[in-house]
Design a protein around this ligand. Structure first.
Ligand code: WTA
Length: 630
């Protein structure tokens, strides 16, 4: 989670982190330069007199730092004897050796002891206005019952349970119940097809699956249980499927299926952390479930879509649930920007304190709209960079001093214990500022991945082989004169035009600055002369009526002027929408294949939000080519 600045500033970070850090770090506005007051366990760390010095120490003496945090923040059933035993050059990652803890105890029991009535989850159900609240006490009870149920049916320590459910309290309780009894969980995003689900069940060698009868999202019903039934045909290892009821519609049950009873819960008030990610993705794991709950926060489970039943859904929810921190994806921000300010202004957003963004670079226009319109110019927007492999946020504008500047569209500052470096193409560390390179991490930290399940060699090859001694993120970054980091995108999203390398995100950022443009995606394609050419897909804002040829000329002019002539797109295809995963990432792989006319190679489309988008893109591409030929 992004840890807070914890001060009496107009810029405050997440309240859950603030509240718990306030107790763990004993934060107070007045004594913020006194590090013992800021972080009591740092009292034993000599020579640390402020946040910057603390960050410095978290890198230079990371063992002491993480040991202090781990001892103070978590309940250990057996204390660890060795803080870390890591060797990045061999991909060996070991933290807190000898230590034992139960993450569900840390997420639940600890808080139930002190405040059982505090709201843990607010389930923002697809049906607007029908939210349900669950206290820590209730969540613990639900988790224990589920844990016992699983145990009674033979699930034991070391087993891996597959969870195929929409974002809902029972899914969270299922995750925690697995953790409680020592089983691993394999949460499969509920948008995956039967084939994709089956593959993941086989990979995990699960004998138990938990699902619901049907899902509901954006007013549409999805037949999750039926999808599981289909997947079962190629998953002989599965012995039992637990089925909970999300809707009232009965489904066909087989001998393998076990119906789960319902529970009933009451409603309470609480502080609210609103991360709108699906629990099937890493952001949902770290910032909907484990991060907030480990910190005793109230967390929102968002089941719906940003535009159901209308584009005011997020802000209506902010008003109704009194959300203090809102954490979302740039793609949703761009989508909503397209519908105009009135959908935001309709609702009271005065409870909001911090706005977060994650998942891809947030372009300047989206950042500014998020800040100016959604946050009334009052809430800081924190562009947080991290990835599944890093476990949690690694680079973000906060925590930092309360008045420290925030630059639009930049993740900026490395988090405690994170030591980023940039590498040149020869594998040398770039030491100067105002430079770009491959983003690597020079030091391990506790949240990082330790292996790839059943394939440790792949873990080493992917992350530690490219730059020996460093963890390689796969992303490119720019470090500014001031030492701030800006993520330029995946390194394989770089286009090389006539020997000039350019990140696709950079071109997109310029295209998106055109007031008529809602969003864009730029990909490279094989060009007989230039090596690679630039192909841009552009989605216009609602109600925009322009001549495509005029707009293309304008966009080419903008890119030539702001970047360089060589970066100006060779083709601009206007599209109604872009193919995206349901976590909101544009599927560039699909766009590249379309542009290369390799329709055979489109690959697995099961994670697509709306497969019809691909057909539209293919038709648009053919039309553009034939227009060009004639
Ligand atoms: C990209 C999601 C720019 C990046 C948490 C990373 C970002 C990948 C940002 C990880 C950001 C994430 N700015 N790019 N603030 N945050 N990314 O594993 O390319 O789904 O490597 O984790 O998303 O995606 P993942």
């Amino acid at each position: 989670m992004w840890l807070p600045c914890g001060c009496t500033s107009k810029y405050v970070a997440s309240s859950f982190a603030r509240r718990t850090l306030a107790s763990y770090l004993h934060v107070s506005g007045r004594s913020r330069c006194n590090v013992a007051a800021f972080m009591p366990e740092a009292a034993g760390l000599e020579g640390v007199s402020g946040r910057a010095a603390l960050r410095e120490l978290s890198v230079s003496n990371s063992e002491s730092f993480w040991a202090a945090v781990a001892r103070h923040r978590l309940c250990w059933s057996t204390p660890f004897h060795t803080v870390q035993d890591c060797d990045l050059s061999r991909g060996k990652i070991k933290w807190f050796e000898g230590g034992k803890l139960n993450v569900s105890v840390n997420c639940l029991d600890r808080h139930v002891h002190t405040c059982p009535e505090r709201v843990a989850l607010i389930w923002e159900r697809d049906e607007r206005g029908s939210e349900m609240k669950y206290t820590y006490g209730e969540l613990l009870e639900m988790t224990c019952r589920l844990g016992n149920l699983l145990r009674r049916h033979g699930v034991k320590r070391g087993d891996c349970v597959t969870i195929y459910m929409p974002t809902c309290p029972l899914a969270v309780a299922s995750m925690l119940a697995c953790a409680r009894i020592g089983a691993a969980h394999n949460v499969v995003f509920a948008g995956f097809s039967a084939d994709a689900l089956a593959e993941r069940i086989r990979d995990a060698q699960s004998s138990t699956v938990i699902t619901v009868n049907q899902g509901v999202r954006g007013g549409k019903v999805t037949e999750l249980k039926k999808t599981v039934d289909t997947a079962m045909q190629s998953c002989p290892t599965v012995k039992q499927v637990f089925v909970a009821m999300r809707t009232d519609n009965p489904v066909t049950m087989t001998a393998r299926d076990i119906a789960m009873e319902e529970y009933v819960f009451s409603y309470h008030d609480g502080d609210v952390f609103g991360c709108v990610a699906d629990i099937g993705w890493i952001t949902g794991h770290s910032y909907v479930v484990y991060g907030p709950l480990a910190n005793g926060a109230t967390t929102v489970l968002f089941e719906s879509t940003p535009i159901y039943p209308d584009p005011g859904r997020y802000w209506d929810m902010v008003e109704r649930l009194k959300i203090n921190q809102f954490y979302g994806a740039p793609t949703a921000i761009r989508l909503l920007l397209k519908y105009g300010d009135q959908w935001v202004n309709k609702y009271d957003r005065s409870t909001l304190k911090t706005l977060g963004s994650v998942g891809e670079p947030i372009n300047t226009e989206a950042w500014e709209w998020y800040h100016r319109v959604v946050g009334d110019g009052r809430c800081p927007v924190v562009d947080t960079w991290w990835q599944t492999e890093t476990g949690g946020i690694c680079i973000a504008p906060r925590p930092s001093d309360p008045d420290a500047e925030i630059v639009p569209g930049m993740a900026m500052r490395p988090f405690f214990g994170i030591n980023p470096v940039l590498m040149d193409t020869e594998g040398e560390v770039l030491t100067s500022n105002n430079t770009s390179g491959a983003l690597c991490m020079a030091q391990p930290w506790p949240g990082m991945a330790r292996t790839i399940h059943n394939n440790h060699q792949r873990f080493i090859d992917t992350y530690f082989q490219p730059y020996p001694g460093y963890f390689f993120t796969g992303d490119g970054a720019y470090r500014s004169e001031e030492g701030y980091y800006q993520i330029t995108g995946r390194l394989d999203d770089v286009i090389n035009v006539s020997g000039h390398r350019i990140g696709t995100a950079e071109i997109e950022d310029v295209v998106n600055q055109c007031p008529a443009v809602a969003e864009s995606a730029v990909v490279g394609y094989t060009h007989s002369i230039k090596g690679q050419g630039v192909y841009a897909f552009v989605v216009l804002k609602k109600g925009i009526d322009v001549q495509e040829a005029d707009l293309s000329r304008q966009l080419n002019g903008m890119v030539s002027e702001k970047i360089a002539k060589y970066a100006s797109p060779d083709f601009i295809q206007f599209a109604k929408r872009l193919p995206k995963t349901r976590s909101g990432k544009i599927m560039r792989r699909v766009l590249r294949k379309v542009v290369e006319s390799d329709l055979e190679g489109l690959g697995d489309l099961s994670t697509l939000d709306d497969p019809a988008a691909v057909q539209e893109i293919i038709q648009g591409h053919e039309k553009l080519l034939s227009k060009n030929r004639s």
